[in-house]
Design a protein around this ligand. Structure first.
Ligand code: 0X9
Ligand code: ZN
Length: 407
């Protein structure tokens, strides 16, 4: 066997401008070699873009997604040069997010309560803020609405938007009668970071990480894998036999990838790995237990990035769901509330998936949307228009309040 000569085999360069290249550090050689398809040790623009499309970091604009291709490519090239993304410092860390929620609860104990929904693989709490008038009393007579963020580690803005929404409910209560009405009449739950381990890994180690941080030593297939992570938005299930097809549609063979369903995989190294079994992950179990455990829970919006889309069920089929007229009305109202309206469409029309949160919720009678916000995973928080998304969230809540007035 040839000895590996340090520094020699790992010298890659990336094209960063006209006639300009930059070194790729040796610890990124594995990544660089996956991109360098012509094996010339120079990562051309075409090679980088092709790789980003394969990895679904660059989404396909033909699907209807908004894509800020230039910004995403230039951010990824920073990664290839071993540099952090400059905007990372502008995002809340896990600890800062918890602090922000804790402050809201401490400053307004009459209307906000910090609750842990459960623990992540690495032992972090999945925090939620419960917001309601007289929050410490029994609020189960009010319709429940849940807003989640950051199922996917790299979708940083999907955490900031629900966090900002929490601020707005709690802090505008005294000055904005509309916000007071919403908080008094609804039981609002906001969980900005469903995937805290993945988020911290993405924020500090690999900005493009998507899954949680489960070591896949148990694949449920009699073997182990040294690959890490389960895609939390492929791991949802409710344990009801009549809904088993939502986690694994008919015709998809467990432990085999040859007939994987849509954008969902049984390969532990895949970015869309569904896990060894439905609800194998503590993060999804925590969320489901909460969402399905409260009979008054009427609607849920999951925030994701990116694409500028309001996605309704189903995700596992392009057949329309029951209550399609209600979804169409919700989509119309959510768009009408936005200054820059997103595209309202079916999840399954975008691409089919199994094991998603919104399919599991819809099958259990909850109205469920996925909002794909913005045109990149990690926009600059200073310029991102959070209210454009929050206005859609508020329109959703208002419709739920009309349909299920507090008893
Ligand atoms: O793939 C996902 O989980 C969501 N997109 S993301 O880029 N944020 O990962 C979309 C889920 C919507 N459902 C389907 N397209 N079926
Ligand atoms: Zn996502």
């Amino acid at each position: 066997m040839d000895a590996i000569r340090p520094g020699i085999s790992s010298i890659f360069k990336v094209v960063i401008g006209k006639d300009q290249t930059a070194d790729v550090p040796a610890d990124h050689a594995d990544l660089a070699s996956r991109i360098d398809t012509d094996n010339d040790k120079l990562l051309s623009d075409t090679e980088v873009r092709t790789f980003l499309k394969q990895e679904r970091i660059l989404k396909d604009p033909a699907s209807g997604a908004r894509v800020n291709e230039e910004k995403i490519v230039s951010d990824f090239k920073r990664t290839l040069q071993g540099q952090p993304l400059p905007q990372a410092a502008e995002y809340h860390s896990y600890d800062e997010m918890r602090e922000a929620l804790a402050h809201l609860a401490a400053d307004h104990p009459d209307r906000a309560q910090l609750v842990s929904l459960g623990k992540s693989v690495e032992g972090r709490d999945v925090w939620a803020l419960k917001i309601s008038g007289k929050v410490t009393g029994d609020t189960s007579h009010k319709p429940g609405v849940m807003f989640t963020g950051c199922h996917h580690a790299r979708e940083w803005m999907s955490m900031e938007v629900p966090l900002d929404l929490a601020h707005n409910f709690v802090e505008k209560y005294d000055t904005d009668p509309e916000m007071k009405r919403r908080v008094d009449n609804a039981e609002i739950w906001i969980a900005p970071m469903v995937n805290p381990d993945g988020y911290e890994y993405s924020r500090t180690r690999d900005a493009w990480w998507r899954k949680n941080r489960r070591p896949n030593t148990d694949t449920g297939c009699g073997n182990g894998s040294n690959r890490v992570g389960v895609d939390l938005n492929r791991n949802y299930d409710d344990g009801k036999p009549e809904h088993a097809h939502l986690y694994r549609p008919a015709g998809d063979t467990p432990c085999k990838t040859f007939d994987d369903f849509g954008v969902t995989s049984d390969f532990p190294g895949s970015d869309v790995y569904r896990g060894p079994r439905g609800l194998s992950e503590p993060e999804t179990r925590a969320v489901v237990t909460h969402e399905l455990g409260r009979p008054n829970m009427r609607g849920v919006i999951d925030h994701h990035g990116y694409g500028g889309m309001l996605l309704r069920p189903w995700g596992h089929t392009d057949d329309p769901p029951d209550k399609i007229a209600d979804y169409d009305e919700l989509g119309r109202r959510m768009r009408a509330a936005q200054d820059d309206p997103y595209r309202y469409m079916s999840s399954g029309d975008l691409y089919p998936t199994a094991g998603t949160s919104t399919d599991m919720l819809h099958a259990n009678g909850k109205y469920a949307f996925t909002i794909e916000l913005g045109d990149e995973f990690q926009p600059d928080p200073a310029t991102f228009d959070k209210m454009n998304v929050e206005n859609a969230d508020l329109a959703f809540l208002d419709w739920i309040l009309e349909k299920y007035p507090a008893k």
